[in-house]
Design a protein. Structure first.
Length: 746
């Protein structure tokens, strides 16, 4: 019998009559792994780790030797949540010597944290005299024992984490987060996932257990196929468009059939764990790895795997996956995959809080498309909350309140009622044109990334699509689509838009928007690196394929193509030349072909005479323009409010641009996030920019705002404010005061 299997079999005997004494456990591990020392440290109140049992160190150190979390090798393993495998532990910078342990002779050390449901309950460590690095199997075995130990400690209820949880668990808490999809929702928490350990840790018969796992894997894969098929007939209303969901789910299915993580589960079952325990083990590893991974797309792939972990556990439990309705509940998840979000959405959840998820991730894209309020980054929320506890999810402000007290609840009840009433009022604006109080017609367009957002064109009565972010669908499916697939997406967009214009932006990949598998260049400043049009011009085959797909999709209709991140007129010319070369070969040619550019790199502002002679339209990407103008990374939360669009330099720049475009007869719009914000939007209009493009959720509120705005009066006031604001960091307050005094619905 292999060492892990024999060790687990003996541990099963040891624990058969209830919790094993820790002394027996450390003796058994030391004997089986052939280590001279095996010790268990347990977390005590005050972030202290106390030696609770040892084989090999001096017995009198038990109950005496204490280390703070972060102190010594043991404390470091607890603090980082990751194993430390050191051939020469005593020369590690974190090593601290405790004379009472008698550990001077031992060179090598492997310390593994004992974790459960996000808490570190202790550390399990082995030591040897010889300087040696423990091999991967030994690390794996010790981690498995640590998992068993975590269950024993949790059942014994002897941990700091639990006793603290009893106290802290009754108090209201606020969690800061970031917005993935706006909105407010309140309701009982439902928990996704695997935070509670398996009921049975060890298998009686590993071969039978393997067969059980195989059956569950097959059931899980069949369930995913059924889910993808079931999403096809659903159309209309708030249900996502089937084809677009397929884009995401197909990528996800690949992960479901991926063998890497399933093989690790199978190996763990083979070593003697129950199938559930094996799944938990692998899931725990994934979470630990996730904490260290910074690449956003790799993190999303791991999120997909975690989604599948939940499905596999359901299949092992013979459950068909989540089916019970949970109307109005707030879903809490460490990570969330796209299929899981669709499931929970169909069960009636009102909002989602994901601890780790990026705005460009699959779940975030779907949440926005489904209109489901969602936040991410509320660290510790999943561990702090219990199923059924009341949660307020304020995705507008990027925060969540757990067990809110009465006053907070009442305040949000009022805010939610006002929001609901406002939204009911907005619905009547669907067919109304976007007109200001003094009768000026404004063009309101949509920013769209997936075909499932297309029904919003009619739902909002928008004037068209001012920004189609073509890379989003590709990021969702995890690969660049071929010409036929791209063309079918673009054609659906044009079908939905009908007579309304669509500005298709060519691929804006690179920076943080990396496709899996594409080599990420090592760049100090990816936002200013090899991205966007630069990639397209250096890899013209890629750009030409997309241009061909756009021309084929147009099939004789109007086509507007917009190039992102244009820094020089020469780049714009080069891109346009590629487009015209493709257009010369494709029939039928578009009824009208318009070529334009995003203005998001400041250098272009000093090339306006040449640029405006050659471009048909300009769309200002304020997200990137602001970051390059102020040298302030758009992804850094600490800088989010430091520089204001409503400041003299930006207003001067935009006013000048608007005048020059009007003079040259070039259409100008703004499609950055600022265009969706009330004070910014009215200011852009006041500067003479007549077309704004925004997420669909902002369109109806914007129509309501316009109906209360006397634009000619505001324009006069804005000129006065600008004349008197030399050197000011922001003129926001003056604009807000005018809006308040004139009852503008901001
Ligand atoms: C922008 O930069 O303002 C913009 C609209 O493009 P993106 O946010 O996709 O970079
Ligand atoms: Mg941009």
């Amino acid at each position: 019998m292999s060492t892990p299997r024999r060790l687990l079999a003996r541990l099963r005997d040891l624990t058969a009559r209830g919790n094993a004494p820790l002394g027996d456990l450390v003796r058994l591990v030391a004997a089986e792994l052939v280590t001279e020392v095996c010790s268990v440290y347990i977390t005590r109140p005050g972030e202290i780790l106390e030696l609770a049992a040892t084989e090999g160190l001096r017995p009198e150190a038990v109950g005496t030797t204490r280390l703070r979390i972060g102190e010594g090798i043991v404390g470091l393993a607890a603090a980082t949540g990751a194993p430390l495998n050191l051939p020469d532990a005593q020369n590690h910078p974190a090593f601290v010597y405790r004379g009472e342990t008698g550990e001077a002779p031992y060179s090598s050390m492997l310390a593994v944290p004992v974790r459960r449901a996000g808490h570190t309950l202790g550390v399990l460590a082995v030591q040897n005299r010889n300087p040696r690095r423990y091999d991967a199997d030994e690390v794996e075995v010790l981690e498995t024992v640590a998992m068993l130990l975590a269950e024993m400690l949790a059942t014994a209820g002897s941990t700091e984490a639990q006793s603290e949880g009893g106290l802290v668990g009754t108090l209201p808490r606020r969690f800061a987060a970031s917005t993935l999809a706006p909105g407010i929702a309140m309701g009982p928490a439902v928990m996704l996932g695997t935070s509670h350990g398996p009921r049975r840790l060890l298998a009686d018969d590993p071969i039978a257990e393997q067969a059980r796992l195989d059956r569950a894997v097959r059931a899980m894969q069949a369930g995913i196929d059924a889910l993808i098929e079931a999403s096809l007939p659903k159309t209309g209303g708030s249900q996502p468009d089937a084809a677009a969901s397929r884009e995401i789910l197909d990528a996800y299915r690949l992960v479901a059939s991926g063998s890497g993580w399933l093989k690790r589960v199978a190996d763990a079952v083979n070593s003697g764990l129950s199938a559930e325990a094996a799944v938990h083990r692998v899931a725990g590893d994934l979470r630990d790895r996730m904490r260290r991974v910074t690449d956003p797309y790799l993190r999303e792939r791991l999120a997909d795997i975690e989604d599948m972990v939940g499905r596999l556990l359901s299949a092992l439990d013979n459950r068909a996956g989540p089916t019970q309705p949970v109307p109005g509940a707030i879903l809490l998840a460490r990570r969330l995959g796209p299929a899981e979000l669709l499931d929970w959405h169909s069960r009636g959840i009102a909002g989602v809080a994901i601890e780790e998820g990026s705005a460009g991730g699959h779940a975030a894209i779907l949440a926005r498309a489904l209109g489901l309020p969602a936040i991410s980054g509320a660290r510790g929320l999943v561990d702090a909350a219990e199923e059924g506890e009341h949660i307020i999810l304020d995705a507008d402000e990027g925060q969540a309140f757990l067990r809110p007290d009465r006053d907070v609840r009442h305040a949000f009840d009022r805010a939610l009622a006002a929001r609901t009433a406002r939204q009911a009022g907005y619905a009547t604006l669907r067919t109304a044109p976007a007109v200001t109080r003094d009768g000026q017609r404004i063009r309101l367009m949509l920013n769209v990334g997936l075909t499932l957002e297309l029904p919003q064109l009619d739902a909002t009565g928008a004037d068209g699509i001012g920004l189609f972010r073509s890379e989003i669908a590709m990021l969702a499916r995890g690969a660049i689509a071929d010409v036929a697939d791209q063309s079918s997406v673009y054609s659906r967009v044009l079908d939905a838009a009908g007579d309304r214009p669509v500005l298709f932006r060519t691929l804006d990949l690179g920076g943080d928007k990396l496709l899996p598998g594409s080599p990420a260049p090592e760049e100090e400043n990816p936002a200013m690196g090899w991205r966007s049009l630069r990639v397209g011009l250096d890899r013209p085959a890629l750009l030409r394929r997309q241009l061909r797909a756009l021309l084929l999709a147009a099939g004789g209709r109007n086509l507007s193509v917009m190039f992102p991140m244009v820094a020089t007129v020469a780049e714009f010319r080069a891109a346009r030349t590629l487009l015209l070369a493709e257009a010369a070969r494709i029939r039928p040619e578009p009824a009208k072909l318009s070529v334009g550019a995003m203005l998001e790199v400041p250098a272009l502002l000093w090339q306006l005479p040449a640029f405006l002679r050659e471009t048909d339209f300009v769309s200002v990407g304020t997200n990137d323009l602001m970051q390059f103008l102020f040298a302030a990374d758009r992804g850094t939360p600490a800088l989010a409010h430091r520089y204001d669009l409503l400041s003299p330099p930006v207003l001067d720049l935009l006013a000048d641009l608007a005048a020059r475009c009007a003079e040259a007869g070039v259409e100008l719009s703004v499609c950055g996030e600022h265009a969706a914000r009330p004070l910014e939007a009215m200011t852009l209009l006041g500067l003479g920019i007549p077309s704004l493009s925004m997420p669909s959720s902002a369109v109806l509120p914007m129509k309501a705002l316009l109906a209360t705005l006397h634009l000619a009066d505001f324009r006069q006031m804005l000129s006065a404010i600008r004349r008197n604001s030399s050197g000011a960091a922001s003129v926001r307050e003056a604009i807000a005061a005018w809006a308040r005094e004139h009852d503008v619905a901001v």
